[in-house]
Write a protein that binds this ligand. Structure first.
Ligand SMILES: [Fe+2]
Ligand SMILES: [Fe+2]
Length: 268
């Protein structure tokens, strides 16, 4: 069985204005070279390094982003809570409590292909109200007839939990991509039953800090054990993402890591 070929660009956690500028600076070249059918980004750090606002989410959609996934910083900015309910294409983890604002999956369509996207949070060292594995099963089942390709963003701290999620979903979805640690891993591959997998995509933001934070401030906190105000680093921005290609329903042909410096992203 075949389906129109698609390329899915997934971009790791966009950190602050510098991360947003890195995405905007590099997107034209990425579009030209890889011709992504769909663009999905994790935006949980897009607003000043923590959370996202309605305005920033809208600006990402205006730049051509199809779906925004979030994570543990979803609710940092109270004004976005209503938008999470009303905008289908912005996702908080599906295994949060039903009473929490927003939803965890959506379907978008381009070029005759329906892409389902699911956001799920790990349970180890994370604050998700419901179990990741059971809830992701329910979300994948719910998309059975409504999506040709399915991408799962597993937002988790523990590498073991993300590896487990990859094996758990192998053969049932197009891709399982890890986010949250902001550090890219070197294990991108297509698993035996056809699911593209990577433990962590990395972040789109300043590599000169400590996972996005100015390094002097992060180090001061670690060394002194006293409260320190954190700001987003402005040093050495990179875009970190993956490109997944698929020609069969819910199976990937390849996954390629994109690690691109964005020197022209520095500035106001
Ligand atoms: Fe993040
Ligand atoms: Fe996170």
């Amino acid at each position: 069985m075949s389906t129109p070929p698609v390329n899915i660009l997934f971009v790791g956690d966009i950190v602050g204005g510098i991360g947003r500028r890195a995405l905007l600076a590099l997107l034209p070249g990425i579009r030209e070279r890889y011709e992504p059918t769909f663009i999905v980004v994790n935006g949980e750090n897009a607003a000043g390094g923590i959370g996202i606002t309605t305005k920033i989410a809208r600006s990402l959609f205006a730049a051509g982003v199809d779906v925004i996934t979030l994570g543990n910083h979803t609710y940092r900015h109270r004004e976005v809570w209503g938008y999470l309910d009303s905008e289908q294409r912005i996702l908080r983890p599906v295994n949060y409590l039903a009473a929490q604002p927003g939803h965890g999956s959506c379907v978008v369509e381009r070029a005759g292909v329906r892409l389902g996207v699911i956001s799920v949070s790990g349970n180890l060292f994370m604050n998700a109200g419901r179990p990741a594995f059971a809830e992701v099963d329910a979300a994948v089942s719910a998309l059975r007839d409504s999506a040709d390709q399915v991408l799962v963003d597993v937002h988790a701290e523990a590498t073991s939990e993300k590896v487990g999620m990859g094996w758990h979903l192998d053969g049932r979805v197009t891709a399982v991509v890890g986010t949250h640690t902001h550090v890219p891993t070197a294990d991108a591959r297509v698993l035996p039953d056809g699911t593209a997998y990577i433990t962590d995509v990395g972040m789109t933001g300043p590599r000169g800090g400590v996972i996005g934070v100015k390094r002097e401030q992060a180090l001061q906190s670690m060394i002194t054990k006293m409260p320190v105000k954190f700001e987003t680093s402005e040093e050495d921005p990179w875009l970190m993402g993956v490109l997944i290609s698929a020609t069969r329903p819910r199976r990937a042909d390849s996954i390629e890591q994109l690690l691109l410096p964005a020197p022209n992203a520095i500035g106001p």
